[in-house]
Design a protein around this ligand. Structure first.
Ligand code: MLT
Length: 410
């Protein structure tokens, strides 16, 4: 008799964004006359076309595949050298990262979930609350948690509350953790961590023999030059951190799919028998066993992001989305709502009007203004009472959301 992975049965609801899409679909079917008015500021999905440099490179790569002399089949599982080196030169110069410590993939969502393959059972996992739900759900699937309680918190996880009092940046806990997920700029709150805060986390990880899983998918949105863009800017992080980066939000690759993991060879973990093993070796083995590499045209397009033209076009995209974030921040603030994030991140994190829960606010925004947001409680119980607005949209749509907001909240 085949049995299933019973850990999946602990997951109470569907994944957050499909659930939102389902509710929007139900609403559109019930109110077809309003369906065309719906503006989606829920999932952080880019709306603007790919940078021209990436499009040109992708076309050229397809032409290479069309010709016997330049045709390519399987590429290296870890990614083509040209892209790994371009990443090191452009994103990690001076930080001691080598090209063979970069592993190209098809997305950070997959990477942050797949990374659990190389860790043992029984690790104490620290997770911020609110949090990108993938970190929690993949730990549930992997059997690293107990059941959820009435508030949706899973037994066995060490939750680190993030709230207005700590600026939505988790304090280093008193308790011990073995693996810590950090995401800066943060999804969903848009908070960023200062150098001092990241230093405290690296010191904690080293003192606890723990590993930081640092999700920097939104690094390109940092505007303040004092905010670190990589955990590897912090002394000592090369021994205790793994970083996740993506082309989804800077290059607009959400549909193209390309990301990478930076895994220094100096990060080791216990083999449970008194020895230490570099995790690089395990991740490389995992990658070559379970993955055949991102496609050649996609990797060529990703490398083109680092050309002079590509950099300028990405900067223009970031400016566009951050201009949207500013408008959304201002509109929510002038409607009298508490506003966070949206300054070094594409997400604006907003307190709900008094008396409304996150899902109440979701329903109100959808039914009264036809605007889709993400309810804060979908990111964890500490997100209750907040909602997230994504600035990934056209300027016209964002201006329209700003026009609709005051009537709704006032
Ligand atoms: C989000 O809206 O939180 C992101 O789009 C999710 C993701 O990148 O997977």
């Amino acid at each position: 008799m085949a049995t299933l992975n019973a850990n999946f049965l602990k997951l109470k609801a569907g994944y957050l964004f499909p659930e939102i899409a389902r509710r929007v679909r139900t609403y559109s079917e019930a109110k077809p006359e309003l369906a065309a008015r719906i503006i989606r500021c829920g999932i952080g999905d880019v709306t603007e076309p790919l940078p021209t440099a990436a499009i040109r490179a992708m076309h050229a790569a397809v032409d290479e595949l069309a010709c016997r002399e330049t045709f390519k089949g399987y590429g290296p599982e870890q990614g083509y050298e040209f892209l790994r080196q371009a990443i090191v030169d452009n994103q990690f110069a001076g930080l001691g990262i080598a090209a063979d410590e970069v592993f190209i993939s098809d997305g950070s969502k997959c990477d942050t979930g797949n990374i659990l393959d190389i860790f043992g059972k029984g690790n104490i996992i620290a997770i911020t609350d609110p949090v990108y739900p993938v970190y929690v759900d993949t730990n549930v699937m992997a059997g690293n948690t107990g059941d959820a309680d009435a508030r949706g918190a899973f037994g066995g996880l060490l939750y680190l509350p993030c709230n207005a009092a700590n600026g939505f940046v988790a304090d280093v806990p008193q308790a011990h953790a073995d693996i810590i997920y950090l995401c800066f700029p943060n999804n969903p709150t848009g908070a960023v961590a200062t150098r001092g805060q990241l230093e405290a986390w690296v010191a904690y990880a080293r003192a606890n023999d723990a590993i930081i899983l640092f999700d920097a998918a939104y690094e390109a949105f940092i505007q303040d030059p004092a905010i670190p863009r990589s955990i590897f800017e912090i002394e000592g992080a090369r021994d205790c951190a793994i970083e996740f980066r993506s082309f989804s939000k800077n290059g607009g690759f959400t549909g193209v799919r390309c990301a990478y993991v930076v895994m220094p060879k100096s990060v080791t973990a216990s083999d449970g028998m008194g020895g230490r093993v570099p995790l690089h070796q395990l991740w490389s083995r995992r990658h070559s066993t379970k993955f055949n590499g991102a496609s050649y045209p996609v990797q060529m397009a990703a490398a083109a992001i680092f050309s002079d033209d590509g950099k300028a076009q990405v900067a223009a995209l970031i400016d566009h989305y951050m201009g949207n974030a500013k408008l959304l921040r201002e509109a929510c603030a002038s409607a009298g709502l508490p506003v966070y994030g949206g300054v070094n991140a594409p997400y604006v994190w907003v307190g709900c009007p008094a008396g409304l829960s996150s899902w109440d606010m979701f329903d109100k925004m959808l039914s009264e203004a036809q605007v889709v947001i993400t309810p804060g409680s979908g990111f964890g119980s500490a997100g209750e009472g907040y909602f997230r607005i994504s600035s990934f949209n056209s300027r016209a749509n964002v201006e329209e959301v700003c026009r609709r907001l005051p009537a709704l909240v006032g």
